[in-house]
Design a protein around this ligand. Structure first.
Ligand SMILES: NC(=O)c1ccc[n+]([C@@H]2O[C@H](COP(=O)([O-])OP(=O)(O)OC[C@H]3O[C@@H](n4cnc5c(N)ncnc54)[C@H](O)[C@@H]3O)[C@@H](O)[C@H]2O)c1
Length: 283
């Protein structure tokens, strides 16, 4: 099956990045948001990301223009009626995602593949709201999607080998390196990364060290490009909170329980880079 037309649900941090990656690889992309304001914000952010790439001479102005010409924004998922593949990148909430999959199943052509960019949630739960669980899989991109080389592909117990193969070929066409995981909470990367970030937050709560020293410990001590608290700000503290809760709900393992400080920061609207304030402040 040849993929030509891609749909992306949600034009936030990840949906915008995924839209950009797919359009840069030559796919026609339709991206949806819940309203015009968020759609315009998401599209503007893709534009500014491409402008930065032109300024850094990674791409030409012509590359930028042709990429943007392949992207169409919409607030109506009915525009996905001719998509061969749809990647859902809405908020990390199972009920929201299940509703989206139910709708996509009605809108998209029968052979279309339906994928989710979920960080940890049960993909079989989303698949079972459709009439074709064999055509559902996880395509988990990393943040920022245009820069990060990894694509974690998640196979549920119902995903067919053919769907997995299409997912792998699609990932390769985007220039990504692929790893395959089972549909288990947090898959590979978040199952390992989330406890580390949550422990760093618990260390801030316990006054073990300053946030700067915790981050420097891991950047210089373990050669991580970003410390866990800086990474939490990049992911978005609301998304991190949803992910921790999502994995904790499945495993009931206290290492995934969101620390009180994280919950309070989310309540205060300190969501990290996207709101200008999290563990650090951003201009
Ligand atoms: N932030 C990360 O580092 C990261 C990394 C990998 C995967 N993810 C996953 O990607 C998904 C999106 O995360 P994000 O960081 O982009 O969040 P975000 O809050 O930046 O964006 C989510 C967007 O989805 C939109 N949305 C919600 N319901 C929708 C609907 N029904 N239709 C269309 N749009 C809808 C929201 O308006 C919002 O703009 C989540 O499942 C998250 O777990 C996040």
């Amino acid at each position: 099956m040849e993929i030509k037309q891609v749909g992306v649900v949600g034009c936030g941090q990840m949906g915008g990045g995924i839209t950009q990656v797919c359009a840069q690889a030559g796919y026609q992309v339709n991206v949806s948001e819940i309203n015009e304001e968020l759609l315009n914000k998401g599209l503007a952010s893709i534009d500014s990301s491409l402008t930065k790439s032109v300024e850094k001479e990674r791409i030409t102005q012509q590359d930028k223009d042709s990429t943007l010409a392949r992207i169409k924004g919409t607030t109506n998922m009915k525009d996905f009626s001719d998509c061969d593949l749809v990647i859902e990148a809405a908020i990390e909430n199972l009920d929201v995602k299940k509703k989206i999959f139910t709708e996509l199943d009605k809108i998209c052509p029968k052979p279309a593949i339906l994928a989710t960019n979920t960080s940890c949630l049960s993909i079989i739960d989303m698949a079972m709201t459709t009439t074709k669980p064999d055509k559902v899989l996880g395509l988990h991109f990393f943040n920022p999607a245009p820069a990060m080389k990894l694509l974690e592909i998640v196979k549920t117990i119902a995903t067919s080998d053919e769907t997995l193969e299409i997912g792998k070929n699609f990932g390769k066409s985007l220039g990504k390196t692929i790893i395959i995981a089972r549909d288990a909470p947090g898959f590979i990367v978040n199952r390992l990364m989330v406890p580390q970030i949550l422990n760093a937050i618990r260390m801030v709560e316990a006054g073990v060290a300053t946030r700067e020293d915790i981050d420097t410990g891991l950047t210089l001590g373990l050669n991580h490009p970003l410390g866990p608290l800086g990474l939490a700000d990049l992911v978005g503290l609301d998304t991190l909170y949803f992910i921790a809760n999502g994995i904790y709900a499945e495993f009931k393992d206290p290492q995934f329980a969101p620390p009180t400080l994280l919950k309070k920061m989310v309540t205060a609207g300190w969501l990290g880079r996207k709101t200008g304030k999290g563990f650090y402040e951003y201009k």
